[in-house]
Design a binder for this molecule. Structure first.
Ligand SMILES: [Zn+2]
Length: 490
């Protein structure tokens, strides 16, 4: 009797310990089991650009894989910040690349989008893009023209990389095909890279220049569509189809700008009570959003002058910005943030830029939502899914590559349903939720253990009392039980 209780208790304790250890604690399962992954961004490809153009190759990709209705980018909806969100899974306030431009508010120095790519400390400020995380876990990563490629992170960069040349011709279809051939043949097949990110600067440029509703934009979407077809046949030609997952998405959408007297334009210098002399530094005249640094003691004056001054201008103090924008908790973000409603831009002294299309608006605006397609051995086929935030692309990519993600703002649960059942439930790495559930399982095990100890001690006590009663009648049996008790310790 006494012996089997001890044995049973030991077995239950062992089971509980094993269960708590085998839960969601990250396990790196070796690099040989995962498929390769290609991440492609077509800058500014709005979610609905396939609605007024024939896109046979994008349609075929949706049939062979997964299509999301749209995805929601991070705010500020501009190129470098939103691409770095895709690479890190973090909202912009958490990864620190808060604007397309690098700036120094003390010296008034500003660097353009292109020059900012080479300011290392702007990008390398604590967050690791997926290239570095993959390489540190034994994988080989590459990047072609993707924003952030030029920088190093804690001294490391993608092992194979090609930085976009200055004044690059974004729309050259032949160059697009050559780059695809290079990635498929040289990088994936010959150099056996596991992960590559690839960037195309269209249809963003055409959308800015001619507007998202223009025939030029529709023509460019056809070029993107042909390129998607070229890319998939290049994968096939290089024998990669069965082991290459492909994710195609974008950084933001595009919205038509109203001009030529159609609307009451937002011109800050014309707003009563507002003066640029009250500012130490500002970033305006770069589309629909602006950042202001008022002089000491003048924050409320500037804020009160601008707040409510134009029906399509949103004015917020940094700490009061709506939570869904996640654009507050970073020292680089200036104390006052402005953004306009779709259709408007923010001008300083007078209108200086004349794009017909713009982005940078609130990420809830439908025009700001990019498209999303995914295909490959780990994705379901012919599946359309609802919208999700682009912070979730990073944990998805880490799961596909079977690497443990860095702390991030996304979660695999947002995309898990896109995956085939064989990979859907595998370990996803150490997100905060997993650590929490591990802690709960661990605590549960300890509690279970204590209950069992209590039950065993109780039964021992009962047994002892019975033994004392029957000591005179069965000495031999008691000795046997006593010996067994000694052999099992807790
Ligand atoms: Zn962009």
């Amino acid at each position: 009797m006494c012996g089997w209780i001890m044995l049973w208790t030991a077995a239950v304790c062992l089971c509980l310990c094993v269960c708590s250890l085998a839960g969601p604690i990250p396990v790196h399962r070796g690099v040989s089991e995962h498929s390769k992954l290609l991440l492609v961004s077509f800058d500014g490809f709005r979610w609905d650009y396939d609605r007024d153009v024939d896109t046979p190759h994008l349609d075929a990709m949706a049939k062979d894989g997964v299509k999301a209705t749209y995805v929601t980018p991070a705010f500020l909806t501009v190129t470098s910040p939103t691409h770095f969100t895709i690479l890190t899974g973090k909202y912009i306030e958490n990864h620190g690349v808060i604007h397309n431009m690098w700036f120094n508010s003390s010296t008034w120095e500003k660097k353009s989008y292109y020059k900012s790519q080479f300011v290392n400390e702007w990008w390398d400020n604590g967050s690791l893009p997926i290239w570095i995380t993959a390489q540190r876990q034994g994988l080989k990563a590459g990047s072609l023209h993707f924003p952030g490629t030029a920088s190093t992170y804690q001294g490391e960069s993608a092992v194979v990389r090609e930085v976009e040349p200055e004044n690059y011709n974004y729309s050259n279809e032949t160059a697009w095909q050559e780059n695809i051939d290079k990635v498929m043949k040289s990088w994936f097949r010959e150099q056996d890279l596991d992960f590559v990110s690839m960037y195309f600067g269209e249809p963003d440029s055409t959308g800015h220049k001619y507007g998202p509703d223009s025939p030029q934009r529709r023509t460019m979407v056809q070029q993107v569509d042909r390129t998607v077809g070229y890319l998939r046949s290049a994968a096939e030609k290089n024998g990669l189809s069965e082991r290459l997952n492909i994710i195609i998405t974008a950084d933001h959408g595009m919205s038509t700008v109203y001009r030529n007297g159609l609307v009451d334009e937002i011109i800050l210098s014309k707003i009563p009570g507002f003066s640029f002399r009250d500012l130490d530094f500002h970033i305006v005249d770069f589309g629909p959003a602006g950042l202001l640094l008022p002089k000491e003691g003048r924050l409320d004056k500037v804020f009160n002058a601008l707040k409510g001054a134009h029906p399509h201008l949103h004015v917020y103090k940094k700490e009061e910005i709506p939570a869904h924008l996640h654009y507050s908790h970073n020292d680089r973000i200036l104390p006052i943030i402005l953004w306009a409603d779709p259709g408007y831009v923010i001008n300083g002294y007078f209108p200086v830029q004349f794009h017909k299309g713009e982005h940078g608006y609130d990420n809830q605006a439908l025009d700001m939502k990019p498209f999303f397609r995914a295909t490959g051995p780990d994705f379901q086929k012919n599946l359309e899914v609802g919208p999700f935030e682009t912070v979730n692309i990073y944990p998805l990519m880490c799961h596909l590559l079977k690497i443990t993600p860095e702390p991030n703002d996304g979660h695999l649960n947002a995309t898990r349903h896109m995956l085939t059942s064989s990979i859907q439930t595998e370990n996803e790495g150490s997100s905060g939720d997993d650590i929490l559930s591990s802690v709960f399982i661990g605590l549960g095990s300890v509690a279970g253990f204590l209950v069992i100890v209590f039950v065993v001690l109780l039964s021992r006590g009962i047994h002892k009392r019975r033994r004392n009663k029957s000591r005179s009648t069965d000495e031999g049996e008691i000795d046997k039980c006593h010996t067994e008790t000694k052999q099992t310790t807790f």
